[in-house]
Design a protein around this ligand. Structure first.
Ligand code: GLU
Length: 309
């Protein structure tokens, strides 16, 4: 991957401060950093802090300090979703003006009951579109949804290859704004990445299934589509998904001291690289520099697994 002056790669890492970083987030941070820096691009940090109820106080600080201690230094100012609500609102209004959204009055229970269950999506059952034509106007508005089209949404992931979804079968018309006025992740992430000029999204494979919804929004809004690379997921020993409480990397719980180099090397190996053992004696920034030089998309493993330290 090279770079030239009219196509500066802009990558990013976008943790949610709802919990401390864990080994899975570290791999996503390292992977996105290596790819952006190998392309001589910029690597941004954004805190996805819209979900105020689930946030832990002080976590944004902890995340930034942890990244710094790994030498994962971001370019420019840290962005925060909570400061971008004005942009989400004007984007939402654009969709509204174009007739692409509608208020939904269905409760979760009603959606589950009315769903013609054979195609459960990743977020439960796809919304069957009950309120598309106006619905029952006497109950309160619970969310605003965007109309999806029948057309398949396809993209080419740098690791996973071609990936397609028919949104009506996966999510149906999906939520872009909740009744409390808060904007949904799918809308926020599209607006943020566009506003920051992000053109390379490298993140965990758990978000692969959300990507067609994000691309769908980008197309409605006329935003350019970033390139995507979904990385293998770090799992527990038994192959299970890491929970927010597993494998934490935090100054707060005091379990980091002195383990940075070891964890960085483990992350490089997880990403398919083969760092020489004596690299352990070097600084984090030297280790990262080695990774920037040697990173190779083709060596990314097909499957995730445990982070072997
Ligand atoms: N904030 C999201 C998360 O922590 C990631 C958003 C993204 O990378 O698009 O899962």
């Amino acid at each position: 991957m090279g770079s030239n002056s009219d196509h500066l790669v802009v990558g990013r890492f976008a943790p949610s401060p709802t919990g401390a970083l864990h080994t899975g987030s570290l791999v996503a941070a390292v992977g996105s950093y290596l790819m952006a820096k190998q392309a001589e691009g910029r690597w941004l940090l954004r805190l996805d802090d819209l979900d105020t109820q689930r946030q832990l106080p002080g976590m944004d600080d902890d995340i930034m300090r942890v990244l710094e201690s790994f030498g994962l230094l971001w370019d420019g100012e840290v962005a925060c979703q909570s400061r971008n609500r004005g942009e989400y609102l004007s984007t939402f209004e654009t969709l509204q003006r174009d007739g692409m959204t509608y208020p939904c009055r269905c409760s979760r229970k009603e959606i589950a009951r009315s769903a013609s269950a054979p195609h459960p999506g990743d977020d439960g059952v796809p919304y069957p579109g009950s309120c598309r034509g106006g619905g029952k106007r006497d109950s309160p508005i619970r969310s605003w949804r965007v109309r999806v089209s029948e057309e398949e949404v396809c993209f080419s992931d740098l690791r996973k290859g071609r990936f397609c979804q028919k949104l009506p079968l996966v999510s149906g018309d999906f939520i872009v704004r909740r009744s409390d006025g808060e904007f949904a992740y799918q809308l926020a992430v599209v607006v943020d990445d566009y506003a920051a000029g992000v053109n390379q999204v490298v993140r965990g494979e758990d978000l692969l299934a959300s990507t067609p919804r994000q691309i769908y929004l980008q197309r409605l809004l006329g935003f350019p589509q970033p390139e995507y690379c979904h990385l293998p997921l770090v799992t527990g020993i038994d192959g299970t998904k890491l929970s927010k409480r597993d494998h934490l990397i935090s100054h707060g719980v005091g379990n980091l001291a002195g383990r940075e180099q070891t964890l960085l090397l483990a992350s490089l190996r997880f990403l398919g690289l083969n760092p020489p053992p004596d690299l352990a004696g070097y600084s984090c920034s030297d280790i990262l520099q080695w990774g920037v030089t040697h990173f190779d998309l083709l060596r990314l493993p097909a499957h995730g697994g445990e982070l072997v330290v």
